[in-house]
Design a protein around this ligand. Sequence first.
Ligand SMILES: Cc1cc2nc3c(=O)[nH]c(=O)nc-3n(C[C@H](O)[C@H](O)[C@H](O)COP(=O)(O)OP(=O)(O)OC[C@H]3O[C@@H](n4cnc5c(N)ncnc54)[C@H](O)[C@@H]3O)c2cc1C
Ligand code: FES
Length: 408
Amino acid sequence: MQLVGLILGLTALARIAQLAYEYYSRRWENLLPAIDVEQATADAVETSTATKLLKLSSSAWAGFRRFVVAAKIRESADVVTFHLVPQDGKPLPAFRPGQYVMLGLKIPGQKRTIRRCYSLSSGPSAECYQVTVKQVPEGLASTHLHDKVDVGTPLNVAAPAGSFHLNETSSKPLVMISGGIGITPFLSMLEVTTKQPERRVIFVHSVRNGREHIRKEELQELADTFHQIRIITIYTAPDDCDILGIDYHGSERITVDSLVRLLGSLDAEFYLCGSAAMTKSLTVQLKDWGVPEDSIQSEGFGGATSVPAAPQPVPATTVVSSPAATQVTFQQSHKTVFWHPGMETILELAESHGVPINSVCRSGDCGACRIGILAGCVQYKDSCGDSCEEGSCLPCRAQPVGDLVLNA
Ligand SMILES: Cc1cc2nc3c(=O)[nH]c(=O)nc-3n(C[C@H](O)[C@H](O)[C@H](O)COP(=O)(O)OP(=O)(O)OC[C@H]3O[C@@H](n4cnc5c(N)ncnc54)[C@H](O)[C@@H]3O)c2cc1C
Ligand code: FES
């Protein structure tokens, strides 16, 4: 009885503390003192993708390598971590914290190999590769991984790749911002930052609530042990049992305004990972605040802004448009279509006309969409200057410069 009384008393106290916090402020950044940052592919493209991957990691392998699932660990209701070990038992090449692997999945009912990227969620010192997968509603690969892949299942894994990785030589303050499952590359990066005691690290993690907050205790322990690391947790839809000030620091979505209030200065290196919508919006805001482009790295995991456009019915051959419009010919598909100013990428143009092009990351990172340029040249969206690329291109980021003939 005494124990029950004690528990009830503690619960009441916790609730009072929560209400006091809420009364004090709804703004999460007000809950913390300002930080002085100053101080403180289809099988046809498999080869080209593999070649790119190979270039990115010198001791890596070409194409897919056979791995086997050594452990499957449930992190939350819809997130699972897989430990992957190579079937040949040979050593694994090191990777850079933040990089991902591409899985090539044979899924019943699918004619082609389904390729999906997953960030490595362990530090480079781990003896196996780890990937942490969130099951997305009606998601083909994530549902297959959750439901059909178990300890002992073989998996095809491409070598670690990706330009979104920690600059380990920099000593500039590091601000890492993740939304939801976008935490995965940071789990890897954080391990490395524990070896950089002189570098200030702020990790802002936004998630719906405590039920979806994976690795909560592990992260808390990290912040308690390594004083250069500060972790700020945002619950955008906290449950009744989530206690403000104990489980999380606030409910406001991360904006650059709130970061400025929290950090005092934006002189830092920023790493953003989450939905494409989140990373895109924060990148624009940071640039507007004057953060140099080379101080911002971001990786979008897909979702809202990267959903392929539904194919529109078009005639099998040339589409008539104004004579001044740029003409893009997809040679293998026997389609010539017109590029309209305001279109984002050649990939979107192709998809809107039913031209099949493989895509995985849709951000120019994985190389899965690479196709040959037969005539003309392209420029890259969001890149500086007016450089024109010939030979082959990544249509997920490329735009035509004049008339173009593509091998697709
Ligand atoms: C570089 C990179 C690293 C990635 N790392 C991880 C990781 O560590 N962990 C992880 O779980 N995922 C990660 N992803 C996302 C992953 O590759 C898949 O896109 C994701 O698992 C969904 O694939 P699917 O086949 O299950 O869904 P699909 O069948 O492709 O999509 C089904 C539906 O879900 C929507 N959808 C697709 N992707 C998302 C998404 N990410 N969020 C919300 N809705 C979505 C689609 O719009 C569609 O409506 C990463 C992606 C990239 C490009
Ligand atoms: S889809 Fe990954 S580079 Fe284009």
